[in-house]
Design a protein around this ligand. Structure first.
Ligand SMILES: NC(=O)c1ccc[n+]([C@@H]2O[C@H](COP(=O)([O-])OP(=O)(O)OC[C@H]3O[C@@H](n4cnc5c(N)ncnc54)[C@H](O)[C@@H]3O)[C@@H](O)[C@H]2O)c1
Length: 316
């Protein structure tokens, strides 16, 4: 059986598949040549990340296809229901990257709390000529310990983020319209385990009480955070969006930063990917990353292994 990993797959996945007798093709085939390639090579499994689109044209015209696999969470690039109707299995790896995204949130939060994002921009320019001035500029940092983290969307990544926060000594509050309470299991290096119960509260309460807010909701039709929500927040709050572009109103965010309501923000995802607004990129109060939440070796390894396990289970 043949697997085409069109957007790549970690070595762990290749190894597991080959061990089970699969042939793994790591060619990156251009979107408009995919139908021909899948047919002429009689591909059984097509694996993608977010780059390759798997629409009706592929589903209708590639008879050898038995599984479409997405390494990661969102399946916006696959016509999932249509594929299932046609008898093709569609698989993904929803849990594999949760901790990686949670750690990126904290990379941003620690950075914002001590102005690292801005210091890293200015030290190369002025670090030798204006050292004392920069030292003063970045002197009013704060600690995360003891502060309140408000999580909006308390699913897999929201919960992984909560665990990191609890380990740091933060207070965690959360809003999720579909969950009343969550019992978190915190695992430590020596196999000790602590259970921590968190009852969700209203969105308004989270916005009013949190020092730091982190968004972990799925893609939405409407903004989850816009002008009204910024107004409810504490003065000087910080906000992170590592969920999906379009969850936070970017124009309202820039305004809230400019009028001093929000002290800083971090964005890993943008309304206009892959060309984010220049007003965001140039804003010295925003810590920026180019959608790398899941991009760690560990997450990619887990994604590869989980995809391989599911393929082997279905086809052997
Ligand atoms: N930055 C990255 O690279 C990266 C990587 C992986 C996932 N993500 C994104 O992270 C987000 C969360 O992923 P997940 O795996 O935790 O999903 P999940 O489905 O496990 O959790 C999402 C939670 O949000 C809740 N929710 C839905 N609508 C809501 C609303 N309006 N307000 C509050 N809560 C709401 C749901 O009830 C659910 O519990 C997704 O948007 C996903 O695409 C980003």
């Amino acid at each position: 059986m043949k697997v085409l990993a069109n957007d790549g797959i970690a070595a762990s996945g290749v190894k597991a598949l080959e061990k089970a007798g699969f042939e793994v093709d790591l060619t990156t085939v251009a979107q408009d040549q995919l139908v021909d390639y899948l047919n002429s090579n009689e591909i059984d499994v097509l694996l993608v990340r977010s780059a390759t689109k798997v629409r009706k044209d592929i589903i209708d015209n590639c008879n050898s296809l038995k599984i479409i696999g997405r390494g990661g969470v969102g399946m916006d690039n696959i016509d999932v229901e249509y594929a299932k109707q046609k008898g093709i299995d569609v698989i993904n790896t929803p849990a594999a990257s949760s901790h990686s995204v949670a750690e990126l949130v904290f990379a941003h939060l620690f950075g914002l709390a001590r102005f690292l994002h801005d210091a890293n921009r200015n030290m190369p320019l002025d670090g030798d000529s204006k050292f004392k001035q920069l030292k003063k500029t970045y002197a009013k940092g704060i600690e995360l310990r003891g502060k309140t983290l408000g999580i909006i969307g308390f699913g897999r990544i929201g919960q992984a983020t909560a665990k990191v926060a609890l380990g740091l000594g933060m207070k965690v509050i959360a809003f999720d319209p579909f969950l009343d309470a969550v019992n978190l299991e915190l695992d430590f290096f020596d196999h000790q385990t602590v259970f921590f119960n968190i009852n969700t509260i209203t969105k308004e309460e989270v916005l009013q009480q949190a020092d730091f807010i982190s968004l972990h909701v799925p893609a939405q039709n409407e903004y989850v955070i816009s002008t009204k929500e910024f107004e409810l927040m504490k003065d000087g709050a910080f906000i992170v969006n590592a969920a999906r572009g379009g969850v936070i109103d970017e124009v309202a965010l820039v305004k809230a930063i400019e009028n001093g309501k929000i002290a800083g923000a971090a964005l890993d995802v943008f309304e206009n990917e892959p060309t984010p607004e220049i007003q965001l990129l140039m804003n010295s109060s925003i810590s920026l990353t180019p959608h790398i939440g899941a991009a760690t070796s560990e997450a990619q390894d887990r994604i590869g292994t989980e995809l391989a396990q599911q393929i082997i289970e279905i086809l052997t």
